[in-house]
Design a protein. Structure first.
Length: 214
């Protein structure tokens, strides 16, 4: 069973429906007991960084989530702001991030010559390099993005996918048992289905290192 962490923020129902559509078992929960029993956790997030990190800390679940992810090593999938929360800090707010993947969240600043707007809204193909696990999603999968800020990791080795938006922007990161994506797979139709199908397959593997780029 995959637990989608309910701390009051995120497209929870859409994520659950996607996972169930591809044969997975997912529940939306704010129950500590359920999170203890889950084989994997999903950390969603939409909106402002401070609101999300504040709600997560206020939920009373963060200590348990940290234990499950860091001490027990169960897989965690972060989505959109759920990726950004893993950083040390964000230009968007004043709250401290979780610091699980070293780096900062910065405002999108596309090259002015491109005339691209912020926020970044819409469909974009992502570059996944030669990472084998993305093969189940496609060589140039297209996903839906909705964000004004992006994660800049300290260690470029954690980057698992990028998108061109007036410059290279991180679309996915992978570190040990953590995979996190800036896009919304739950809003990405057939590529979203392929993503979650591949994610379920990866849960059966020893680690999710196959998502890494290169």
């Amino acid at each position: 069973m995959i637990a989608i962490i309910n701390y009051g923020i995120g497209n929870l129902g859409s994520i659950r429906n996607m996972i169930e559509h591809v044969g997975g078992n997912a529940v939306i929960s704010d129950s500590a007991e359920t999170l203890r029993e889950a084989r994997a956790l999903i950390l969603p997030g939409v909106g402002a960084f401070d609101a999300c990190v504040g709600a997560l800390r206020g939920s009373g679940l963060l200590g348990l989530i940290e234990k499950r992810v860091h001490a027990e090593g169960i897989p965690l999938l972060g989505i959109c702001v759920g990726l950004q929360l893993l950083a040390d800090r964000s230009e968007e707010g004043r709250e401290v991030g979780l610091g699980w993947i070293k780096g900062d969240v910065k405002r999108l600043r596309p090259d002015p010559g491109t005339k691209l707007k912020v926020p970044h809204l819409g469909w974009r193909s992502i570059d996944v390099g030669t990472a084998g696990a993305w093969a189940g999603v496609g060589n140039t999968p297209r996903f839906y993005f909705a964000h004004s800020y992006h994660f800049v990791p300290s260690d470029k080795e954690v980057i698992a996918g990028t998108v061109d938006y007036g410059g290279s922007v991180v679309a996915a990161v992978s570190q040990q048992n953590i995979l996190a994506v800036q896009f919304h797979p739950e809003k990405s139709h057939r590529f979203g289905f392929q993503f979650f199908r591949q994610y379920l397959k990866e849960l059966e593997a020893p680690s999710n290192a196959g998502w890494r780029k290169g």
